[in-house]
Ligand binder design. Structure first.
Ligand code: MG
Length: 359
């Protein structure tokens, strides 16, 4: 047996010969990762709980960058994500994107998303084109992003909303002071308002509070009921409060999009839930076919994951891509903002680069 080891472009290849006859070729891609602790600018309180830090995992496949957000309500932890990463082996050429994506093993959704992002980044870098261009998208079609105001005292939330100067504010609700919070923000800004209850209301609570909040001219009510209560959402929507209802937490797969057809007006798609860009594209296409609106969202993530999501924004009606604006120590730059407008980077792949402090 003869084993040849060499390097071609960005990946190592190994050829195994047996009795002078090539039996198979392996090109194992180099995969590395490191955990990162993100410091939030303000304590982030939503219906699920409060936090001032988030723990994500940054992933690299050759020169491609990805990120896994350890979202606790998905049962993800950095340790579980990293244990799953140990099981990943990618064999092939960066240009054969679908062939590589098909090799990502089952398991951690956030981990799958990170590998998928890194492979898309590497694909773009190899072709020398930004991802949005490879997808045939025009960055000017991206909708403006909302800016999230987490739960706090109503007057503090109103101050933050006004100080942000942002034209679309997403208000985290699902607590005891929902009406006071929305009223305070409405009085402090002329921004369009969305509310996100993160599943914090019962059916009766939602039916009582949504009409009261609707007086403040809401653009969207997101995840009013606990994830998975599809019949509850259908019942709520049938009451025609005049505010579109979107599902977020329960929308992880194309089957989830299908299951919510008719029960909601729109769905929130996030790479950390879908398992990456490719499944997110499938979900966007399906939602469109089912006449549902689409919001592209993010977790508390660095510019790596949020820029990856932003490349899909031109396909969506709404964007909630403010992650980098919420953290104080982003180790990367990529997506930029002109007020709420998303400015997609032109560099190849995702177009993200390490910040100077990180180099
Ligand atoms: Mg949400």
């Amino acid at each position: 047996m003869v084993i040849e080891v060499g390097y071609v472009s960005r990946y190592a290849f190994f050829k195994l010969h047996h009795s002078g006859k090539e039996c198979y070729t392996l090109a194992m891609m180099k995969l590395t990762w490191q955990p990162v602790t993100l410091q939030l600018k303000t304590v982030f309180r939503i219906a699920h709980g409060a936090s001032s830090q988030r723990h994500n995992v940054l992933v690299q496949v050759e020169d491609g960058l990805g990120e896994a957000a350890a979202v606790s309500y998905h049962g993800e932890t950095p340790e579980r994500i990293m244990a799953w990463l140990e099981s990943v082996q990618l064999d092939g050429d960066a240009l054969h994107l679908a062939h590589l994506l098909a090799q990502i093993p089952a398991g951690s959704r956030a981990g799958r998303a990170a590998i998928d992002m890194a492979l898309h980044d590497l694909w773009g870098k190899t072709l020398g084109q930004p991802l949005y261009r490879l997808l045939g998208l025009h960055p000017a079609d991206a909708p403006p992003t909302s800016f999230t105001i987490a739960m706090d005292a109503p007057e503090l939330m109103a101050e933050r909303a006004a100080a942000s100067g942002m034209p679309i504010i997403k208000i985290k609700v699902g607590g005891q002071q929902d009406e006071a919070m929305v009223r305070a923000i409405r009085n402090a800004t002329s921004a369009r308002l969305q509310v996100d209850a993160n599943g914090g209301w019962t059916r009766d609570q939602a039916a009582a509070i949504i009409p009261r909040l609707a007086q403040f001219d809401l653009q969207i009510v997101e995840q009013p009921l606990p994830a998975g209560d599809i019949e509850g959402l259908r019942w709520l929507r049938a009451q025609q409060f005049g505010v579109p209802i979107f599902a977020d937490e329960a929308i992880k797969t194309p089957a989830d999009v299908l299951a919510h057809a008719g029960a909601v007006d729109g769905v929130v798609i996030k790479l950390a839930k879908s398992g990456g860009i490719r499944p997110a594209l499938e979900m966007i296409t399906l939602a469109r076919a089912l006449d549902m609106q689409v919001m592209i969202g993010c977790m508390v993530e660095t510019s790596v994951a949020v820029t990856a999501a932003a490349h899909l924004a031109p396909l969506c009606d709404f964007a909630d891509l403010d992650g980098p604006l919420l953290i104080a120590n982003d180790p990367y730059t990529g997506l930029r903002y002109h007020n709420a407008r998303l400015l997609l980077p032109d560099a190849p792949g995702l177009g993200v680069a390490a910040t100077i402090a990180n180099e």
